[in-house]
Ligand binder design. Structure first.
Ligand SMILES: C[S@@+](CC[C@H](N)C(=O)[O-])C[C@H]1O[C@@H](n2cnc3c(N)ncnc32)[C@H](O)[C@@H]1O
Length: 245
C-alpha cells in the first residue's frame, strides 16, 4: 500500500506528521468537517451508530476519536461508558471542552492513545469504533489487530471511512470537488496548507470496499460487511470478533 503523508517536505514518520496536522487544524476541524461535507458526515455517523444498536454495547472504545463527535453519537446505543483515544492532544482538548459543555463527562472520557499500541487489556470492550481514522494509521494491519485484541468475544467493530465513488457522473464530480474545491476552502479556513490536499490523496490510495473487508478478515474479524453511503463517498464496515479466537 502506498503511504501518503501530510507533509511532502518533512522527514518525520507518518504518525508524527498526522498528529502535527491534526494539532494544527483542531480549532477549525468541526466547522470544516460539517461545512465541507454539507453536514452529510452527521448522517453517516448516525447510520453507523444504528448498526451498533442491535448489539447493545455497554462499554465502547472510540479510536482516533479526534474532537469526540463519534464518541458522543455512540451514546445513542445506550452505552454506559465510552472511552475515546487519539494521538493529537489539540483534537482531544477541543473534544473535552465539547463533552464538558454537554454535561457528558461522566459517560465519555478522552485520553491520549495510539491505535497501534492500545493501552487496554485484551477483551475489554463490547464495541470498538473508528470514524475517519484508519486512513491515517501509519501501520493499518497493526491497528486492526489492536482493535481485535481489545474487543470482547462477540464484540463488534464499526469503521466509518471515506471511499471512492465508482460510477459516472458522481465519480467525476467527486474527483473535481475533492481535488480542487476542498483544498481551496481547507486552505482558506484552516491553518494548514497541506491538510486538505492530504485528505483526497490519502483517500485515493487507501483500500476500500472488498479490499478493506479482506484486511479485516486478515485481522481475524468474522461476519464482515460493508454499507456504502452517498454513492460510495463513505463506507461503513462491520466485523465481529468470533467467540472462539
Ligand atoms: C479525521 S479525524 C477523525 C476524528 C473523529 N473520529 C471524527 O469522526 O470526526 C482523524 C483522527 O485520527 C487520529 N489518529 C490518526 N492516527 C492515529 C493513531 N495511530 N492512533 C490514534 N489516533 C490517530 C488523528 O489524530 C485525528 O484526530
Amino acid at each position: 500500500m502506498t503511504v501518503v503523508k501530510p507533509y511532502n517536505n518533512s522527514t518525520k514518520g507518518k504518525k508524527q506528521q498526522v498528529a502535527e496536522m491534526f494539532d494544527n487544524i483542531a480549532p477549525k476541524y468541526d466547522f470544516l468537517n460539517h461545512f465541507l461535507s454539507f453536514g452529510i458526515d452527521k448522517i453517516w455517523r448516525r447510520n453507523a451508530i444504528k448498526l451498533l444498536m442491535g448489539h447493545s454495547p455497554r462499554v465502547i472504545l472510540d479510536v482516533a476519536t479526534g474532537t469526540g463527535d463519534f464518541a458522543i453519537a455512540s451514546l445513542k446505543t445506550g452505552a454506559q461508558k465510552v472511552i475515546g483515544v487519539d494521538i493529537s492532544e489539540e483534537m482531544l482538548a477541543v473534544g473535552r471542552t465539547k463533552i464538558e459543555a454537554k454535561g457528558l463527562s461522566q459517560r465519555i472520557s478522552l485520553q491520549k492513545g495510539d491505535s497501534e499500541e492500545l493501552n487496554f487489556a485484551d477483551n475489554s470492550f463490547d464495541a470498538v469504533t473508528v470514524a475517519f481514522g484508519i486512513r491515517n494509521f501509519e501501520n493499518l494491519s497493526a491497528g486492526l489487530d489492536e482493535l481485535f485484541r481489545v474487543l470482547k468475544p462477540n464484540g463488534i467493530v464499526c469503521i466509518l471511512e471515506f471511499s471512492k465513488p465508482r460510477n459516472f457522473p458522481f465519480k467525476q464530480f467527486y474527483s473535481f470537488y475533492s481535488f480542487y474545491i476542498l483544498p481551496f476552502f481547507g486552505k482558506l479556513f484552516s491553518n494548514d496548507n497541506s491538510a486538505y490536499r492530504y485528505l483526497p490523496e490519502s483517500v485515493e490510495k487507501f483500500p476500500d470496499g472488498e479490499a478493506l473487508l479482506g484486511l479485516l478478515k486478515d485481522s481475524h474479524f468474522a461476519r464482515t460487511r460493508q454499507y456504502r453511503q452517498t454513492f460510495g463517498v463513505a463506507t461503513i464496515y462491520i466485523g465481529i470478533k468470533p467467540s472462539l479466537s
